[in-house]
Design a binder for this molecule. Structure first.
Ligand code: RFL
Length: 385
């Protein structure tokens, strides 16, 4: 049995755990991150890319944005294609005038790990937490040893163990839609994000770097990610993106394929005893509006400030209010993600109900194309977290 004490034990070295750990280290608080994967694995795990203005502020104000500012790309435009034609929304001139910064999540994670170690933090990679004791602030590890601290942050994502230690209500929604999430070794085909609505289903294009581009294809639930060859994938992307009409896609090998089900869950509360959840552990959001990593950073900042106020100043109030502070912001993001799902997907079929819903979808898109008030609403919520 090995025992190690730290003020805060953090389960998981994703964006939530690493931002939390970095802010706590800057406050002089001892913390230890326990991560089940290797350092190489978490530094190469491609996921998010679109960082909202609030995320860039959090990273900048806490000295965590050097790589982001050096290598991130600014995006301020997205476009919609479909039966209604094509239109662009330049959101830097809409809503609050904010933009996205595109910086691959794995690069951010790499930067955050380096800075956390630089600040004197400790990370145990290849170490799996099996159970969390929320009363004694303890982590039970797979090798049978136990780590104890004063507080535990559950930042272990949607498949972690920390959620199980919080006796909370879990509100769950399966949106009934799946995306085939692809990474192509190919330069972006378009300057910005493209959302294509087609009778075959939704297709999306999101720039990542000069040589790698993310694409999405709506597929039936349970679809086998290896069912299609690269050629079939590109053919379908061409059809749904209407490449014949609007211009060819820049193709290349598909280097990653996975199925992402559009599901959401929110826990309430997101704390119990000494345990506090942040990021995907607290709430899972469908990637339709690219909000997951941004919510993770938002909650990590609120939790870091609350823990620092408790540990350094002896004031427990912000920690007591943690769930009440974070949950309304999570629900706001969930609401917009849900709205996006309905904007991007209509039901298949020609029965009256399906046609009715598809007609509403088209009306929604036309309103977004034509109404400045609708565009302002979109821009504010698209970037906001
Ligand atoms: P993470 O990143 O999943 O990190 C959790 C960490 O905990 C570790 N872990 C454990 N460690 C020890 N013991 C255990 N028992 C453990 N169980 C798990 C894991 O190994 C892992 O390292 O959660 P975090 O920090 O909450 O961050 C959440 C984000 O990663 C996630 O919300 C986003 O990636 C979602 N997302 C996007 N978000 C955006 O804001 N913008 C985007 O453009 C965007 N695109 C995406 C996405 C997610 C995607 N997938 C794969 C679902 C695109 C995709 C395809």
């Amino acid at each position: 049995m090995s025992t190690l004490s730290a003020d805060v034990l953090i389960c998981g070295a994703g964006p939530a755990g690493l931002v939390l750990g970095n802010i706590l280290r800057a406050e002089g608080i001892r913390c230890l991150i326990v991560e089940r994967q290797s350092r190489a694995h978490v530094q190469s795990r491609a996921r998010a890319g679109f960082l909202a203005a609030n995320s860039v502020r959090i990273l900048s104000e806490n000295g965590l944005a050097e790589g982001l500012h050096a290598n991130g790309q600014h995006h301020d435009t997205c476009a919609f294609r479909g039966d209604h034609g094509e239109f662009e929304l330049k959101y830097s001139g809409l809503g609050r005038g904010e933009i996205h910064t595109v910086y691959p999540q794995q690069d951010l994670v790499r930067d955050l790990i380096a800075e956390f170690l630089n600040r004197g933090g400790e990370i145990r990679f290849n170490t799996e937490v099996q159970e969390i004791d929320p009363h004694d602030a303890a982590l039970l590890l797979a090798d049978g040893s136990r780590l104890t601290g004063r507080f535990v942050a559950g930042c272990d994502g949607q498949h972690g163990v920390s959620r199980q230690a919080v006796p909370a209500q879990v509100y769950h929604r399966d949106h009934g839609v799946s995306w085939f999430a692809l990474l192509a070794q190919a330069p972006p085909s378009l300057a910005g994000v493209m959302y294509a609505i087609h009778p075959n289903g939704f297709a999306g294009h999101m720039a990542r770097t000069a040589t790698v581009t993310r694409y999405y294809l709506q597929v039936p639930q349970g679809f086998d990610p290896n069912a299609w060859s690269d050629k079939q994938i590109w053919d379908e992307l061409h059809v749904r993106m209407r490449a014949d009409q609007y211009g060819e896609l820049r193709t290349g090998p598909i280097i990653e394929r996975r199925i992402v089900d559009m599901t959401s869950h929110v826990m309430d509360p997101i704390q119990h005893g000494t345990l506090f959840l942040a990021g995907d552990a607290a709430s899972l959001i469908s990637p339709s509006a690219a909000k997951g990593a941004n919510l993770a950073l938002m909650a990590a900042e609120v939790l870091a400030r609350a823990l620092a106020t408790q540990i350094n100043l002896g004031d427990a109030q912000p920690l007591i209010r943690y769930s009440a502070e974070v949950l309304p912001r999570i629900w706001r993001a969930q609401e917009f993600s849900h709205w996006m799902i309905n904007l991007l997907h209509g039901p298949f079929g020609n029965d009256s109900h399906s046609v009715f819903l598809r007609s509403l979808q088209r009306a929604r898109l036309e309103s977004l194309r034509d109404s400045r008030a609708h565009q302002d609403f979109f821009a504010e919520n698209y970037i906001g977290v």
